[in-house]
Design a protein. Structure first.
Length: 226
C-alpha cells in the first residue's frame, strides 16, 4: 500500500475474505505493525518503512469498518508476547530482535514488556552507527537499519558489484537473491553480510549490557543467512 487508506482497505479485504470462509466463527482482530504504536488508543504513530509519515488511527478505523474489537501493537512486542505465552521462558528476561526489511526489538523484563515513555522503546534499528551515513526512513542518518537490515544488504551488494547490471536486473534484486549469492560463497555477499553481523552485534551488545539481558531471540528474513 502507498497510502494509509490503501492499507486500511487491504486489511479490511483480507479480514472480510477470512470471515466469509468461516461465517459462524466469532473473532477479534490483532494487528501488528512496525514502528511506534500508541497502544492506549490503537494508533500507529509512525512507520519508518512506509511511504507516508502521518499517524493512522488503526483501531478506530478498523472497528468502524469491521464491527469487531481490534488490538494494535508493535510487531516486535507481539513477537515477545508470543514467546512469553507459548514457549515459556520461566521468568527469564529476554530480548526479541527482528532483523528484516527494518530492524526492531522488544524486551521482556520482570515478566512484562518494557515500553518506555511514549511507547518508543525497542527502536534499536534507529541508533546511530555511522557518521555521514545514509538517510534513514526515520529522517536521521547513519541508523543501524541503514547498515544491517535486509534492505541495506541488498543495496550494499549492488553498490559494490561492478557487474550488478549484468548479473541481475537491479530493480528485481530481492533479499532471496542475496541469500543465494551468500550461500554460494559470493565474496562480496560474504563481506557485506559479515559487516552487517559485526555492526549489529556491537550495537546489540551495547544496548543489552545496560539492561543486563543475556537471552536474545532472533526473528526476520536475515535468519536465512545462518
Amino acid at each position: 500500500p502507498q497510502t494509509p487508506d490503501e492499507l486500511i482497505e487491504d486489511i479490511v479485504t483480507a479480514i472480510v475474505a477470512c470471515r466469509q470462509s468461516k461465517p459462524n466463527t466469532s473473532y477479534r482482530l490483532s494487528i501488528a505493525v512496525h514502528g511506534q504504536v500508541d497502544t492506549h488508543v490503537g494508533s500507529s504513530m509512525r512507520m519508518p518503512q512506509a511511504p507516508w509519515t502521518q499517524p493512522i488511527e488503526l483501531k478506530y478505523l478498523l472497528e468502524q469498518r469491521l464491527l469487531v474489537e481490534v488490538l494494535v501493537d508493535n510487531d516486535c512486542v507481539m513477537l515477545a508476547l508470543a514467546e512469553k505465552w507459548l514457549d515459556g521462558h520461566h521468568g527469564e528476561d529476554f530480548c526479541v530482535l527482528n532483523v528484516d526489511y527494518g530492524i526492531g526489538s522488544s524486551f521482556l523484563i520482570h515478566n512484562d514488556i518494557y515500553r518506555g515513555k511514549m511507547f518508543g522503546s525497542g527502536q534499536i534499528g534507529h541508533i546511530k552507527v555511522a557518521n555521514n551515513g545514509i538517510i534513514c526512513g526515520c529522517g536521521r542518518e547513519g541508523c543501524l537499519e541503514t547498515e544491517a537490515s535486509s534492505t541495506a544488504l541488498c543495496k550494499q551488494y549492488l553498490s559494490r558489484q561492478e557487474n550488478a547490471s549484468k548479473l541481475v536486473h537491479i530493480d528485481d534484486f530481492v533479499f532471496d537473491d542475496f541469500v543465494k549469492l551468500y550461500q554460494n560463497d559470493d565474496p562480496i555477499a560474504q563481506e557485506v553480510a559479515m559487516h552487517a553481523a559485526t555492526i549489529l552485534g556491537q550495537s546489540l551488545y551495547n544496548f543489552l549490557i545496560t539492561l543486563n539481558i543475556n537471552k536474545i531471540i532472533l526473528y526476520g528474513n536475515t535468519c536465512a543467512l545462518g
